[in-house]
Design a protein around this ligand. Structure first.
Ligand SMILES: [Zn+2]
Length: 137
């Protein structure tokens, strides 16, 4: 009796494992098809992920804070920049455009930071671009 029960349990576990593996594989394939992870931009508000955008055809994302703050983030196929902001110092606007070509020489690296409005824009690096200090090859 015990042997039979164990056999059934093992079969059930094996079936679950196969299902989990299939689900993981589908998830990976779907991600690859819909998003090139190397051309991704993540926007954070108050330290929480607000939106994920992708470089490509020129478009904009408007981030609205809880106290009426508005940041307009622009993207194109090369990079991302803060187009406008309601913050008092406009430092984020002056940080300019982040691209895969220039991030290593920027003060904030892959980020555009608006401290007054608590907005952070991050250009996500591709594999092999993790280290800003790595020499050009
Ligand atoms: Zn700002």
């Amino acid at each position: 009796m015990l042997k039979t029960k164990n056999g059934k349990t093992l079969a059930a576990l094996a079936a679950l494992a196969i299902l989990a593996a299939a689900a993981a594989l589908i998830s990976v394939l779907t991600d690859r098809r819909t998003a090139d992870p190397g051309r991704e931009v993540r926007v954070y508000l108050d330290g929480t992920l607000y939106a994920t955008e992708h470089l490509g055809a020129p478009h904009e994302l408007t981030v609205r804070g809880q106290n009426g703050e508005v940041n307009v983030i622009a993207l194109d196929e090369e990079g991302v920049w803060m187009k406008s902001s309601t913050c008092h110092n406009q430092l984020c606007v002056h940080q300019g455009k982040v691209t895969y070509e220039n991030y290593a020489s920027r003060y904030y690296g892959t980020d555009i930071i608006c401290l007054p409005n608590r907005v952070t824009v991050e250009l996500v690096l591709r594999d092999g671009e993790q280290d800003p200090d790595a020499p050009d090859v």
